[in-house]
Design a protein around this ligand. Structure first.
Ligand code: NAD
Ligand code: KPL
Length: 305
């Protein structure tokens, strides 16, 4: 019997993982924010997964943050800006040798969490799967993708990867998880802010090729400086390929801004600019892009941290 998957953050990705693990018969418990959320969830009767218009419901047990059951394995599925605070609120429940799987996009939140719970093992994830919610407690599986998992402090793969295989969650263990996270961060920095500022789909950036190329050159320099030469390889080609392949889509940051939601800017472009500053490396175009994006968010009443 595998140990329980505690899942904190019953949003899009957290619900997607919870439903697939529950469908495979794995023990899962959701951790919800408040007694009110727990009551709402109980009234809904569980989580519903929508895949190609097929709906399946799962009566997954749930509890609040201050439940007393010890946590051996935690999937942290909140946004990067909520991660540290969320972990602080359950830190006292972590069992000795507890493992955390950190699903956050970008970089920076993983180190905040690791510093918060220094005795736990923190496994970093980089996901290209796509999920969204139209209603509470219901998740739409929107885009097939992949999950890279790794632990920069320990290359040994955990045995529970078998649970993911049995649940049909596509994944691979990698000793180079930081390279994966940096590469995705660079892609997100080259594409997402411009889609917000030019109010366009990803494909709209074909009209701003020079600007994209200049950002990619600075990002590639930064990746080299941060000891991530592999993440820098052919960055501009990859960015252009993603722009073509996702031409009809709106970037995740564009969708956040359009829906009046806080963005993860601090852990994407913010992290890139802070890293450059730490290395004493001027990146004028990225810094200007960051300032323009911060101004844009503030003018729309959105936080920029
Ligand atoms: P989401 O906003 O849909 O879900 C986050 C959930 O966490 C929300 O339900 C929120 O209420 C909950 N939460 C936050 N703080 C909490 C706390 N203290 N206690 C309990 N619950 C708490 O977010 P998402 O889209 O699932 O994204 C999660 C992460 O995965 C982000 O970093 C995102 O960039 C990344 N990601 C998402 C997708 C996707 O398709 N949704 C794809 C790849 C990566
Ligand atoms: O990951 C993305 C996002 O929208 O967040 C892509 C499609 C790669 C654009 O950066």
């Amino acid at each position: 019997m595998s140990s329980t998957w505690h899942i904190l953050g019953a949003g899009s990705l957290g619900s997607l993982w919870a439903c697939r693990l529950a469908r495979a018969g794995k023990p899962v418990r959701l951790i919800l924010r408040s007694p009110q959320r727990l009551q709402d969830y109980t009234e809904a009767g569980g989580l519903t997964l929508v895949e190609q218009e097929r709906r399946t419901s799962f009566a997954i047990p749930a509890e609040t943050l201050d439940a007393e059951t010890p946590i051996q394995r935690l999937l942290l599925a909140c946004k990067a800006y909520d991660a540290d605070k969320a972990v602080a609120s359950i830190a006292h429940r972590l069992a000795p040798g507890a493992e955390l799987i950190l699903l956050q996009n970008g970089l920076g939140s993983q180190d905040e969490v690791a510093a918060r719970v220094p005795r736990a093992r923190c496994i970093f994830a980089s996901s290209t799967e796509g999920a969204f919610r139209e209603h509470d407690w219901q998740v739409n599986f929107a885009g097939h993708g992949f999950n890279w998992l790794g632990d920069p402090a320990n290359p040994l793969a955990p045995t529970w990867l078998d649970d993911l295989a049995e649940a049909g969650i596509p994944h691979e263990w990698t000793p180079d998880i930081l390279t994966r996270l940096w590469r995705k961060l660079a892609l997100n920095c080259a594409i997402n802010p411009l889609t917000v500022l030019y109010d366009c789909r990803n494909g709209g950036l074909t009209g701003h090729r020079c600007e994209v190329a200049t950002l990619c050159a600075e990002l590639a320099d930064l990746l080299q400086r941060c000891g991530q030469p592999q993440a820098a390889e052919n960055l501009e080609n990859e960015v252009q390929r993603v722009i073509q392949a996702t031409a009809a889509n709106y970037s995740s940051m564009y969708q956040d801004v359009r829906n009046g939601r806080r963005t993860e800017i601090h852990y994407l472009l913010g992290h890139a600019c802070r890293s450059a500053m730490r290395h004493g490396q001027p990146l004028p175009h990225l810094e200007r892009l960051y300032r323009r994006l911060v101004e844009h968010l503030n003018s729309h009443g959105l936080p920029s941290d």
